[in-house]
Design a protein around this ligand. Sequence first.
Ligand code: B3K
Ligand code: ZN
Length: 850
Amino acid sequence: HAPTRLIDYRPPDWLVPQVKLRFELEAQRTLVHATLHVVRNGAHDRPLRLDGQALELLHLAVDGAAHDHRLADEKLTIALGADAAVVETSVAIAPAANTRLMGLYASGGLLCTQCEAEGFRRITFFPDRPDVLSLYSVRLEADAAAYPVLLANGNPGATGALPDGRHFAEWDDPIPKPCYLFAAVAGDLSALSDRFTTMSGREVALNIWTAAADVARCGHAMAALKASMAWDERVYGREYDLDVFNIVAVADFNFGAMENKGLNIFNSKYVLADAETATDWDFDSIAGIVAHEYFHNWSGNRVTCRDWFQLSLKEGFTVFRDQQFSADQGSAAVKRIEDVRGLRGMQFAEDAGPLAHPVRPDSYVEISNFYTATIYNKGAEIIRMMHRLLGEARFRAASDSYFAANDGRAATVEDFLAAMAGQGLDADTFARWYRTRGTPVVAAALSHDAEAATATLTLRQSNPRAPDAAPLPIPLATALFGRQTGARLGEERLILLDQAETRVTFEAVREPPVLSINRGFSAPVLVQAAQSADDLAFLAAHDDDGFGRYEAMQQLLLNALIQSAGGGGTAGQEAVIAAVRATLRQADADPAFVAETVLLPAEALIGDRMGEVDPEAIHAAREALRRTLSGALREEWWALFHGLADTDFALTPLAKGRRRLRGVALGMLMAGDDHEATAAAFLMFADAATMTDRMAALGALANSRAVEREEALRLFEARHGADANAMDKWYAVQAASSRPDTLAAVRRLQQRADYSPANPNRLRSLVLTFANNQLRFHAADGGGYDFLTETLLAVDAINPQSAARLAAPLGRWKRFDAGRAGLMRRALERIRATPGLSKDVQEMVSNSLE
Ligand code: B3K
Ligand code: ZN
């Protein structure tokens, strides 16, 4: 498969200012009648070329008459003499047979669409690229009993009855859009409805559509939607622009949600929530994703992307916006900690491995493979750095001018940078962040001259994945603390490291200083500061930046874990225990922060920081430290476990923080493997007033040998067996277990009647969760790799996007010992040699083998 390259970009030969679509909907066979008003773009004599995939062409006319055309290699080519024409096509498609979940497909009794990135070509012939913007008018026709609700983008128009029990609904979208934002839904749906009045007084009807039985579980998503609409007005001056905003929840969906204009389609996992079935994590994710998709109405829809290389233009910016929104709803420090944990876990790992790519890649084979942590989360970090450097007011002014200059356009990263440059950002050097892959490493060394009362900070940047790249502009929020007084010495400084090396002097440093650097995680870099355990413990106690305290504690824990996993023993763990004890004393004031801070780094993260990943040694070291902390602070953990027990269900940051810390305390108690803790876990499970508590207890039991384990799993199934989203948690908790029989259990779960690899949520819960279980997936005998290989190949025949996601864990082979690396390579080679592989998987696997 030939790659698509950024340098080959050319504007479209033909534009399509207007589109009319008429759907005769049926699950087995749907007819799509399209009328495209096409206009030649510039002086050339090239034909009109339309994309089409899995379409049966039934009829074609140009300006009302039959016309020559050629259909080959998923392209429909039509030579046109005039500069404008009306092209009509009729095609047949098969939604019920569409297991890729791209284009128009069936999910339960629903018919729904997913077009981003290149699904519209599976609905009708069209120039399927984001820089062709059109006005759409759509008419949906369907059986009135099976599909009483018919939705599309824009504002509703005429509706009415048709012969043979059918009916129709018309939708008109007054705002031009690229075809990846097209959407239609038909089904037997009910809505939770509400209203929002925009800042200029426009009345907007809000609906969240789902099965009638689930309407009661849409309240949280609705509240989040209204909060998002108000927030975008207040913080970015962005107002909604249609009369209606519809959200539809579907059970089969390739990812989280989709920002189609006026008709967002969501994975039901990110809509439905109540105390009975959703954890606090679910509630927060729902609010974050509802906000994200809503914010796309401006950062994505009104201003879209010129080509898919610019994907981070909308995704990075929108992730940054949803992170700001969520920070405003609760604790900003805790939100930052969660975001950074996610960034390090996913994006840093990606940037260090064979799938590393710049935030604006140079080429791709299958664009679906590039909806990555790098595009989304590193992209958001780049925007955050601009925000930090410009400050709130100038960033807002730059954002206003970006939206004003590019409204209705398909824009590029340069357009965004130009708006930022208008407020003083050095856009040329910032552009380097978009083209340089790899996580920069910043070495920081601080020296103190007691006589002169100065401290000198030497900063050096390097990038092992891009050794020849020009230096990046790295904003490092930095402060010094006095070791004797414990006080901050002077103001925090924002140091911009934009050379390979910089030296910065601090004045009036009259006592030995301790360095606090990259405060608030001001830049997405790895800092190497060689801080002693004493310094880290000092910062964990004294840093006045919450993130800095978290960071120091985590580094202290990480150092201890790396030392012991590498065979260096447990010397010095007294300091760790003392620091954890001190942190626990803040539990009343900010339990969520304490929970994040004392949680041990994940096994995968420990592996990322070691020369070679030894899954067993890492697990053993982590368990040993857990046992040490469990024993040394036993009274503290029990006091937290009992003191934090709540019976009511509140979603305040404090209530969520209490539940989270209680779960962490239970996990620590369980590390001791004694019966008292197991019994407490089972009781917590049985009495849980919230899904958060129930899952915390079940997760702890799932790792254990306790007799209560089976009973808890059985009770959970009895209670939630009919709820797919809840059962996904049940699958995941077993696949994540550290027990030696986990692979066997996963294989058994795969045989259950309610397991289906065709449902992306279920597949992810079981198979991807297992593939991220470092200890058990990387069993030395290669059993985990065989399991993943078989599953991936079976799934590729159904849904290539799902299958491609399963390939990434095998791509980490270079990080392991020769035995495991060889087995992982062999698995990748076996996949690559399989005939009929999708290009999604082919690209992932060949990149992984490089
Ligand atoms: N833009 C969609 C993601 C589409 C993924 C296509 N493979 C959801 C989002 O980022 O908001
Ligand atoms: Zn997005």
